[in-house]
Design a protein around this ligand. Sequence first.
Ligand code: NAD
Ligand code: ZN
Length: 352
Amino acid sequence: MRAIVKPTAGSGLEMVDLPIPECGPEDVLIQVKATSICGTDLHIARWDPWAETHVTPPLVIGHEMCGVVVDKGPKANGPDLGQLVSVESHVVCGRCRFCRTGKGHLCDNTQILGVDRDGVYAEYVAVPAINAWPDPPDMPLSIASLQENFGNAVHTVSVPSVSGRKVLVTGCGPVGVMAIATAKAMGARLVIASDISAYRLDMAKTMGADVTVDPSSQDLVAVVREMTDGEGVDVLLEMSGAPSAIDQGFRSLVRGGEAALLGLSSRSLEFDLDDNVIFKGATVHGIVGRRLWDTWYEMRGLLRSGAVDLGPVVTHRFALDDFERAFDLMASGECGKVVMFPDPADADGPLS
Ligand code: NAD
Ligand code: ZN
């Protein structure tokens, strides 16, 4: 089968021919129909310091996907052959303290597809049956593929209380704009969004932001004050990892407010803890992955009810063979989600 691998430590990716993976006793074998690119895949392609310390080549990369179950191990409960499934990328142990207490997203033994074990940029992938999430058969493949990433947004929005409240989203990449739509669907009364890219601010508007701000030319904290009777927002959803956005976000937060942080800075940063958190009496939530499986049920509800429409988030489609162009586009930032199809005939929209 064709697969995209990180062949050796260093920058770059290669398409290679590999045997179809073996389906273990508790696994399902999935024929990949669509697979989307995430920022993590860019880190691995570029081989930045994060990738150097987290990834051991050779490795098939990629972790966002949907596909059809084509084989099952003898002990695999779960999806039937032929079922369309999305995949939860965190393979957890089910036995540690966290898994046993409903906090599988914090599992001691997490293995992430495409990071710690072979991933999904391939024609086939074998995963534990429990990781295969059944989708309605008529779900567009690009939406089914990006659900894993949507789950990051849904998890972040669902931890603080947004209903009836004023919310600031810093960073309008794919996860930020999906968080904007989710916050609106969950009843936020005002959503202010910041980004330094005009393309991304346009997407934020499309996905439901009431106000968009470019902090490189506007004073974000002043705009927030003006929009909130001088008080600040009740909730900060930090989706950029940019040190200046984190600082502006906390300075925009009302006293006693809640911040949910998903964006990764990838390094230590200087931060005014005294004024931004302690004297403000702020509550800070770190967000990792998706809650297993609460977040997936929440996503199902948001999508099936039509409360969130992820259609506009998918801006580009490519054949998997054309992965180099897909990665270049993703790196440019002039896109939303970029989805690749091992068989271009499966594409649910025009190919770029
Ligand atoms: P992305 O890189 O596409 O989006 C980040 C956005 O932040 C970009 O649009 C960028 O222009 C914007 N930005 C940069 N500097 C800014 C500033 N000063 N003010 C406002 N915006 C600024 O990333 P994404 O795929 O949307 O993911 C969002 C973040 O979440 C990333 O940092 C990613 O690494 C992280 N992430 C974390 C988890 C987790 O489990 N915690 C999971 C997935 C992604
Ligand atoms: Zn565990």
